[in-house]
Design a protein around this ligand. Structure first.
Ligand code: ADP
Ligand code: 5GP
Length: 210
C-alpha cells in the first residue's frame, strides 16, 4: 500500500445534536489534534466565540472565499453556509499535526473524493435514541424551540449517510463514546485490531428510523 505522508485527517459527522462538537473538543484536548475551525454564515450561539468555535462571516465574505478558491470543502446546511479553508489544514498536515474536522456528510464526501495524500479516518456519531437527541438539542438551543424542531426534521435523511463512513459510534455515555473513538484511531494509526461491529450499528440505525 502507498505510504501516506504527514499528519492524519479525522472527520466526525453526525445528525445535529448527537454530540460531535463535544467529542471533537475532547479528542483534540487529549491528543493535541489541531481542530479545523470552519467559516459559517450562521449567527453565533451565546457561548460561541468568533475565531474559536467558527469564523462567523457575512454571505458576501463567504462568496468571496468561494470565488478565491480558498475552501477545501463547503456546503449549505440548514439554510446557512459552512466551509473549511484549505491553507491551515494543509499547513498542519504538512507539519505532521493531525487535523480533526466537525463537518457534515457533504463536506466529508468532498474531502474523501479529493483523495489527498494524507490518511483519512471518518466517524459518524449516532444518538442512543431520537428522544435523547431532542432532549440534547432542546437543552442546547433553549432559546429557540424552532431550531431544535427544524434540526430533528432533517434527522431521518441525515442518518442515511452513516453507510459512507469508516466507523459509526453511538454517543450514549460520553466517556464510553470517546474511548471507543480513541481506540479506533489508535488501532488505525498502529495497524492494530479493531473492535467494531457494523451489524450492530445497522440494527441501531433501523431502530432509530422505525
Ligand atoms: P453536535 O455538534 O453534534 O450538534 P453537540 O456536541 O453540540 O452536538 O451536543 C449537543 C448537546 O448535547 C450539547 O449540549 C452537549 O453538551 C450535549 N451532549 C453531548 N454528548 C452528550 C452525552 N453523551 N450525554 C449527554 N449530553 C451530551
Ligand atoms: P452547527 O450550526 O450546529 O454548529 O453545525 C451544523 C452542521 O454544520 C453540523 O453538521 C456541522 O458538522 C456542519 N459543519 C460545521 N462546519 C462545517 C464545514 O466547514 N463544512 C461542512 N460541510 N459542514 C460543517
Amino acid at each position: 500500500m502507498l505510504q501516506k505522508k504527514g499528519g492524519i485527517m479525522i472527520v466526525l459527522s453526525s445528525p445535529s445534536g448527537a454530540g460531535k462538537t463535544t467529542l471533537v473538543k475532547l479528542l483534540s484536548k487529549k491528543n493535541n489534534f489541531f481542530i479545523s475551525t470552519s467559516h459559517t454564515t450562521r449567527k453565533p450561539r451565546p457561548n460561541e466565540t468568533n475565531g474559536k468555535d467558527y469564523f462567523f462571516v457575512t454571505n458576501q465574505e463567504f462568496e468571496r472565499l468561494i470565488k478565491n478558491d480558498e475552501f477545501l470543502e463547503y456546503a449549505k446546511v440548514f439554510d446557512n453556509s459552512y466551509g473549511t479553508t484549505r491553507t491551515p489544514v494543509i499547513q498542519n498536515l504538512e507539519n505532521n499535526s493531525n487535523v480533526i474536522f466537525d463537518i457534515d456528510w457533504q463536506g466529508a464526501d468532498q474531502i474523501k473524493n479529493k483523495k489527498l495524500d494524507y490518511k483519512l479516518i471518518t466517524f459518524y456519531i449516532l444518538p442512543p435514541s431520537k428522544e435523547i437527541l431532542l432532549e440534547r438539542l432542546s437543552n442546547r438551543d433553549m432559546k429557540d424551540k424552532l431550531i431544535a424542531e427544524e434540526r430533528m426534521k432533517k434527522f431521518d435523511r441525515d442518518v442515511l449517510h452513516w453507510i459512507n463512513y469508516d466507523y459509526v459510534v453511538i454517543n450514549d455515555n460520553l466517556n464510553d463514546c470517546f474511548n471507543r473513538i480513541q481506540k479506533l484511531i489508535d488501532a488505525e494509526i498502529n495497524n492494530g485490531s479493531k473492535d467494531y461491529d457494523r451489524n450492530f450499528i445497522k440494527k441501531h440505525v433501523d431502530k432509530l428510523l422505525s
